[in-house]
Design a protein around this ligand. Structure first.
Ligand code: NAD
Length: 470
């Protein structure tokens, strides 16, 4: 497949390509251009060229372009979901949800178009004050491989409806579905250069986009360390930044919770997408008085998950997406073998593909890595706590602050969790649901800024004050 630059499907200027493999089989399933700094420059130039005309298109018409693409995506969701399974590894059911979720995001932003308006006020001393909302200009969206389609929607939707143009860079292991969706934007009649999709390594192509002087905003989703680097690289040219980084979401299970529902919810929110979700539950803190029962339920439900290729019937969990993630996971499991107790999983498989069985561990040392850092894979640590104070202290003890949940039937405890858990999003008796209506993003080391929600267009526009005296 080729990149989309200025409405044309192009090769990398170097002529080089990179392979995309299926993580369940290691088979090569396609290749894309290996873009570099020259291609970044060409894409930004195309986006600059398209900017003036696109920013003058009425917002409702820009919204209509998104809605028309959403309809095409819905019409082709089966084909797109199968391609997403092939490059990402997730089960077909999850891939289908993600593709339809992408269409839903575009529809949400099409609806927000009508909220884009300025203000006017009479002010005797100055005459009239007019506040216009202007697009920022050329934006860059950088996307990770775990939810490549959904997160692309979080960047395309608000940027375009607010009148900006965009250069989007998917992750190197998951560019194919995004490029196919690019074809649907073209088919829906989006003018050339409004959306450009470039493929290539983060360190060269991504870096060139982030440092480009003509780019006014970078919306980056990825690891914390990459995010820190992106912030530094973007600083000299004063760009607007949204950083959606990693998470180590805690879940607190109180002794009054419906344990059956809590165990099902926690297992679902840990092993979805093979544990590779920024807001997956990465630590479960359970009150000691119900810990034995909760652990037994969690272990039982985890062992029932069928692991396999995402297109196989009945599969609940696919492989990890890439070799780097597999090696990191292997190291974590090896380290934990000597210091923790496995309630489920833990055996190695010699199956082809980056597969792990889902794991539940307990009795970890308090400084074990999964209790401090984000672990992007299928392992759930369960930790006993004596009460809610201890649970909240330990839940807040990492550098992250993306999501958190509390499982209880007690309103007072739920309220305490909502108030004191340090997170951008807190769920009560659920986890992982991320509707476009809810602002999404982290506090502390999980990032800055928010995506989605009714006010997100403020992050893709700039106010211009005009004072008029006659
Ligand atoms: P990553 O940081 O390795 O890569 C993310 C993207 O950045 C990729 O497209 C990559 O090519 C690009 N990139 C890498 N180096 C770059 C550079 N120097 N300049 C510009 N771009 C560069 O992350 P990943 O491994 O793809 O994704 C997993 C991480 O993403 C996890 O930490 C996860 O929690 C996080 N994540 C966060 C959210 C959120 O909304 N908060 C959502 C999903 C994933």
């Amino acid at each position: 497949m080729k990149m989309l630059i200025g409405g044309a499907w192009t090769d990398a200027s170097s002529g080089r390509t990179m392979k995309v493999v299926n993580p369940a089989t290691w088979d090569e399933i396609g290749s894309v251009p290996l873009g570099g700094p020259e291609d970044a420059g060409a894409a930004v130039e195309a986006a600059e060229h398209a900017l003036a005309a696109w920013s003058e298109v009425p917002a409702l018409e820009r919204g209509r372009a998104l809605a028309q693409t959403a309809a095409l995506v819905r019409g082709e969701s089966e084909r797109l979901a199968a391609l997403l399974v092939a490059e990402q590894g997730k089960p077909l059911r999850e891939a289908t949800d993600e593709v339809r979720g992408f269409a839903h995001i575009l529809e949400y932003y099409a609806g927000l178009a009508s909220s884009l308006h300025g203000e006017t006020m009479a002010a005797k001393a100055y005459g009239r004050i007019v506040i216009e909302k202007r697009p920022l200009g050329v934006c860059v969206g950088i996307v990770p491989w775990n939810m490549p389609v959904l997160i692309a929607g979080w960047k395309i939707g608000p940027a375009l409806v607010a009148g900006n143009t965009l250069v989007l860079k998917p992750a190197s292991t998951t560019p194919l579905t995004t490029l196919e969706i690019g074809k649907l934007f073209v088919r829906a009649g989006l003018p050339p250069g409004v959306l450009n999709i470039v493929t290539g390594p983060g360190e060269s192509l991504g870096e060139a986009l982030v440092t480009h002087a003509a780019v006014r905003k970078v919306s980056f989703t990825g690891e914390r360390e990459t995010g820190r680097h992106v912030a530094e690289a973007a600083a000299p040219t004063m760009k607007h930044l949204t950083l959606e980084l990693g998470g180590s979401d805690p879940a607190i299970i109180c002794d009054d919770a419906d344990l059956e529902k809590a165990a099902a919810g926690v297992v679902g929110a840990r092993f979805y997408n093979c544990g590779q979700v920024c807001t997956a539950i990465k630590r479960a803190y359970v009150f000691s008085s119900v810990a034995d029962r909760f652990k037994a339920l969690v272990a039982e439900k985890t062992e029932k998950i069928t692991v396999g290729g995402g297109m196989e019937a009945g599969v609940g969990m696919g492989p990890l997406n890439n070799a780097g993630g597999y090696e990191r996971m292997q190291q974590i499991v090896d380290d934990l073998r000597g210091e923790a107790r496995f309630l489920a999983g833990g055996e190695t498989t010699d199956k082809k593909g980056w597969f792990f069985a889902p794991m539940v561990v307990t009795d970890l040392p308090s400084d074990a890595l999964p209790l401090r850092e984000e672990v992007f894979g299928p392992i759930l640590p369960v930790i006993e706590v004596s009460d809610l104070d201890e649970a909240i202290d330990r839940a807040n003890s990492t550098q992250y602050g993306l999501g958190a949940s509390i499982w209880t039937r007690n309103l007072e405890r739920a309220g305490r969790g909502c108030r004191d858990l340090e997170a951008g999003i807190v769920w009560v008796n659920q986890h992982l649901k991320i509707p476009p209506e809810a602002p999404f993003g982290g506090t502390k080391g999980s990032g800055i800024g928010r995506e989605n929600g009714p006010k997100v267009l403020d992050r893709y526009t700039e106010e211009k004050s005009i004072l008029i005296r006659s």
